[in-house]
Write a protein that binds this ligand. Structure first.
Ligand SMILES: O=C(O)CCC(=O)C(=O)O
Ligand SMILES: [Fe+2]
Length: 261
C-alpha cells in the first residue's frame, strides 16, 4: 500500500500502535466537533493523478450520466405542502463509474485492504466495517465537469467516505451545514433558510487531491457547488456496512446506476 498511500504520515498499516491511536483519537475529535475529518494527501498525489488518467476516458464513454431534479430529501414529505420552501427543487448532474468498471484500480485495492476498514471503523466508534458484495455499489467514482453539481441533500447512511482524485480549476466546493436537523427534529424552517442562502453556519471546504474525507451526512445538509473550468472534479465514494455481504437489489441498482449488472 506504500506505493499509493502516505503511511509514514498516516500509519493505517500499524493498527493499535501508539501513532495509530493518536490519529484515530484526532479523527474522532474532529467528527464530534465538526461532523467530519480529513486526511490530506492520504493517497499520494502522483497515485491520484495516475488513477485519474486511467479513469477520464472511461467517464467519456461508459459512465452513467446521473441527471435529476430533486429536493433535499429526494422525495415528497407527507407533512409538508409541495410549495414549502424546504422542498425547493434543484438540479444534480454528474457521471458515475461503478466498481465493476474499475477492476484492478488502486481505489479497489484500497477498498479491499482490511486495515482501511479497520481504521474507518475505529474513527466511527464501530466494532467493524465490511466491504459490500454488491458488484456495482462497493466503490463509485463520480466526475463533475464544467457546470455539473451534486445539489443539496442528506445522506441515507450515517457516514460517507470519499477520496478526491482530481480537483477542478474552480468551483466544486463541498458546502455543508453541520447538524441542520436531528433524528428527533426535522427543522424544516432551518432547512428552508439554508436553501434560501440564509444560514450563517454553512461552511465550504475545497478538497485537495488525495484527501480522504469522512463526514456524518445523515443530518448534515451538504452539496457540491458547480464546477468551473476545463478540469473535472473526480472523487471516489467507498461504501462499507456494519454487516458483511450487503448487496442492493437489482431494482435499487437500476435506480442508482441505470443498470442492474
Ligand atoms: O462529492 C462529494 O464531495 C460528496 C459526495 C456526496 O455527498 C455523496 O456521495 O453523498
Ligand atoms: Fe452526500
Amino acid at each position: 500500500m506504500h506505493d499509493i498511500l502516505d503511511l509514514d504520515r498516516y500509519p493505517l498499516d500499524r493498527p493499535h500502535s501508539p501513532e495509530w491511536r493518536v490519529l484515530v483519537a484526532r479523527c474522532r475529535d474532529d467528527l464530534a466537533r465538526s461532523g467530519m475529518f480529513n486526511l490530506e494527501r492520504l493517497m499520494r498525489p502522483e497515485a491520484a493523478a495516475a488513477e485519474t488518467a486511467t479513469l477520464l476516458p472511461r467517464f467519456a464513454t461508459e459512465a452513467f450520466l446521473h441527471e435529476r431534479d430533486h429536493n433535499i430529501y429526494f422525495r415528497a414529505v407527507a407533512d409538508l405542502p409541495s410549495d414549502h420552501p424546504a422542498l425547493r427543487r434543484f438540479q444534480t448532474s454528474n457521471r458515475t463509474l461503478c466498481a465493476d468498471q474499475i477492476a484492478g484500480s488502486a481505489l479497489l485495492r484500497l477498498y479491499e485492504w482490511p486495515e482501511f476498514a479497520r481504521f474507518l471503523a475505529a474513527t466511527m466508534d464501530k466494532p467493524a466495517l465490511y466491504p459490500m458484495d454488491d458488484p456495482l455499489a462497493r466503490v463509485n467514482v463520480m466526475s463533475y465537469q464544467q457546470g455539473q453539481a451534486l445539489n443539496w441533500h442528506f445522506d441515507r447512511s450515517e457516514f460517507t467516505t470519499t477520496l478526491l482524485l482530481q480537483a477542478p480549476e474552480a468551483g466544486g466546493g463541498f458546502e455543508y451545514r453541520t447538524d441542520l436537523r436531528s433524528d428527533a427534529d426535522p427543522n424544516y424552517d432551518g432547512v428552508a433558510r439554508l436553501l434560501a442562502g440564509d444560514d450563517p453556519d454553512a461552511r465550504t471546504i475545497t478538497l485537495s487531491p488525495g484527501t480522504l474525507n469522512v463526514f456524518k451526512g445523515k443530518n448534515t445538509a451538504h452539496r457540491v457547488t458547480p464546477v468551473r473550468g476545463a478540469r473535472a472534479r473526480v472523487i471516489a465514494v467507498f461504501s462499507y456496512f456494519e454487516q458483511p455481504g450487503v448487496s442492493f437489489t437489482e431494482a435499487e441498482r437500476t435506480g442508482f446506476y441505470g443498470r442492474a449488472g
